[in-house]
Design a protein around this ligand. Structure first.
Ligand code: 6R9
Length: 659
């Protein structure tokens, strides 16, 4: 990234790649029908609290709130004081009450090809039964429930049943290890774990319950394990502790009256992934969270509940699944697709086949998957009818301009707006994004903060940098879906997010960013991914962007490795495109020169390693920490949060063979 303003440093050489001149204004037709209007920005600027009150009033409140925000105990916010609300009632019952019980809530597509269609009336029955079941186990508001499940409908029923009873859930990604589950159960002292016998991954059933058995063995807080049958896998059974969902839940009444909770009642804990050390349990509460999840979902994706078919490809194990599969879409009465499996099972066109089958109109995915689709080839989406698509979204990491353009051209037929949405587990909902129908977009930029949100790029001292300047991304105003803390660790909450710019009271997001000359925001990756080479700050994203702009490169990950002369040296790991087989010295030299040409000689990688795969978390983030271990010739560290823990062996084996 560019050094914060004042340091001329490398900014002139590093700027060119991110100076993007292409812009895509919204079409007049889209703008005319869009949920979001330009006036939203003015309205929010004129009176932020009134603006958020208006958004909150779109929800059903059992008792209306009397005050919008209390920030006197900063950094602990309280939103919608005096208000009482039931999150599950808002996501389910009120749609049935308003006469939409027959509308499909979920088109569920299992990996093996089995399907289920769940209307809002069905959803109300299922959530009510599950709530009655949990209550029958003696769980009372405030008790924590761990959910360790693949993408089956019962996972969503379980989350909503918890919300309905005021039981904060802690969803743990079903690809995480028994140890990761164990530590999360322990941290939150969960009384119940909900899981499945097994899960389908890449066409094969894999057992899941053994990991729960292992995790629960040393966790005395857990009284019961509730098990959904999915794969018919053999399971060990502990009588008295283990219960089958089909025994306990199916026997319950479909009648359950949702009780209202305080707007600040805890809704869930979600542990952030991919960091070293103890995971942080991010705490979210009810009224503000649901307000912002619903508001952003309605405006950023332009959701029209009567006609749209929405699909977010995330997993419920990470925050995107919480806010943009469960809470936002269901609060907005969306009809959505939920897909259980992997994108190349049984073939690489599976997603496009699903888009065609259900007439998906809004598709929300991650750059890592878009680059994977690029690697598989444009001829694959070209075989399907994708004409129902009208909005495309991206989340999870900076999207490089090439991937953005490919997405627009090969998925969006050069027609659909693309919303690049920046946010975090901690922010709970989207913070920085274009609004379709309003914002002219640039490939690779998340553009600007949404109406009602305050975000800035500042230098080390906390002063906002000017146009063209770079530094740190901060949030300078409290927002309704902000985290309310780290579970059980107030000191860490203050230290991690609020100490960096304490005197200004800014939330430090941990991301580097810059303004372009028009003032649009470009995210540059985590600041811990920012390298320092000979005193120059260079963003890993910038070098990766340069590498993937070369025709032979499918994917790239860059790390800064300790270097005795320059402080850090740039080490790149690249996956070549299928047809670019030559990974020899000449190819590597050409890539180094390409980066030097795109960014400047300072950014020329010290070393480029051609690898078959990159280590990624389940949410698709590259684990640079592991690559740094390879680059610095260390033993590779903890791989338990990798989607595929064998990837590091593949990389190491390949490199040894090559050397
Ligand atoms: C929603 C989610 C948060 C981190 C965040 C940033 C990166 C997410 C991004 C993006 C650039 C985007 N990130 N969206 N970077 N452009 N559109 O991903 O939450 O898993 O907590 O990750 O992801 O670095 O700080 P989470």
């Amino acid at each position: 990234m560019t050094p914060p303003s004042g340091d001329a440093g490398s900014s002139n050489t590093l700027d060119n790649l991110l100076t993007e001149s292409r812009t895509f204004p919204p079409s007049a037709e889209f703008a005319a029908e869009a949920n979001a209007k330009p006036a939203l920005y003015e309205q929010a600027a004129a009176d932020r609290e009134a603006f958020w009150a208006e958004q909150a009033e779109q929800l059903h409140w059992h008792t209306p709130f009397t005050k919008v925000l209390d920030w006197t105990d900063a950094p602990f916010a309280k939103w919608f004081l005096g208000g009482r609300i039931n999150v599950a009632y808002n996501c389910v019952d009120r749609h049935v009450a308003s006469g939409h019980g027959e509308q499909v809530a979920i088109h569920w597509e299992g990996e093996p090809g089995d399907t289920r269609t769940i209307t809002y009336a069905n959803l109300k029955d299922e959530v009510s039964k599950a709530a009655n079941a949990l209550a029958s186990l003696g769980l009372v508001a405030g008790d924590r429930v761990a959910i360790y499940m693949p993408m089956v409908p019962e996972a969503i029923f379980a989350m909503l049943a918890c919300a309905r009873l005021g039981l904060p859930h802690s969803v743990v990604f079903a690809g995480f290890s028994a140890e990761a589950l164990r530590s999360r159960i322990e941290d939150a002292s969960a009384r119940l774990v909900i899981t499945t016998d097994g899960q389908y991954r890449r066409g094969k059933p894999a057992a899941l319950k053994p990991a729960v058995d292992e995790a629960v063995a040393s966790n005395p807080s857990v009284e019961h394990v509730l098990v959904v049958r999915r794969t018919e896998s053999e399971v060990d059974w502990t009588d008295g502790r283990d219960l089958w969902w089909h025994d306990l839940v199916e026997a319950q009444s479909t009648e359950h009256t949702a009780e209202a909770f305080d707007a600040e009642h805890p809704l869930y804990i979600l542990y952030t992934s991919g960091t070293t050390g103890k995971p942080k349990g991010i705490l979210h509460t009810s009224g503000g969270y649901l307000t912002q999840a619903a508001y952003t979902h309605r405006n950023v994706f332009d959701l029209k509940p009567e006609t749209d078919v929405y699909w977010c490809t995330a997993d419920i194990g990470w925050v995107t699944g919480h806010s943009y599969i469960v809470y936002g879409p269901l609060a907005n009465r969306a009809t959505q697709v939920v897909y259980e499996g992997t994108p190349n099972t049984p073939h690489e066109g599976r997603h496009w086949e699903i888009v065609q089958k259900y007439g998906v109109s809004i598709y929300y995915t991650a750059p890592t998957l878009i680059r994977t689709f690029m690697k598989w080839g444009a001829d694959i989406p070209a075989k399907y009818d994708l004409s129902s698509l009208r909005v495309l979204g991206s989340v999870g990491e900076p999207i490089n301009p090439e991937a953005w353009m490919w997405y627009r051209e090969h998925v969006g037929a050069n027609r659909t707006p693309i919303v690049d949405t920046w946010w975090q587990t901690e922010t709970g909902a989207i913070m920085i994004s274009p609004l379709p129908g309003v914002t002219s977009t640039k490939p690779g930029s998340a553009m600007g903060p949404l109406p009602g949100i305050g975000a800035k790029v500042v230098d080390e001292a906390g002063n906002e940098v000017g146009k063209g300047g770079g530094g740190y991304l901060v949030l300078d105003q409290p927002w309704p879906s902000m985290l309310r803390g780290i579970w059980g660790d107030e000191a860490r909450f203050r230290e991690t997010y609020w100490s960096r710019f304490e005197s200004q009271g800014f939330y430090f997001a941990g991301d580097g960013a810059k303004y372009d000359t028009d003032g649009a925001i470009w995210l540059l990756g985590r600041v811990d991914d920012v390298m320092n080479v000979s005193g120059h700050r260079i963003s890993t994203t910038e070098v990766e962007s340069a590498l993937v702009s070369h025709p032979t490169v499918a994917e790239a990950a860059v790390v800064g490795a300790a270097d005795p002369t320059t402080g850090q040296g740039i080490v790149a790991f690249v996956i070549l495109r299928g047809d670019a087989v030559d990974g020899g010295d000449a190819a590597v030299q050409a890539l180094r020169n390409h980066v030097a040409k795109e960014i400047g000689p300072i950014a020329k990688p010290r070393q480029i390693m051609v690898v078959p795969e990159l280590p990624k978390t389940r949410s698709g983030k590259i684990m640079r920490r592991l690559l740094r271990d390879v680059a610095e010739n260390r033993q590779v560290g903890d791989v338990t949060t990798l989607a595929d823990s064998t990837v590091m062996n593949l990389i190491s084996a390949g490199l040894q063979k090559g050397s």
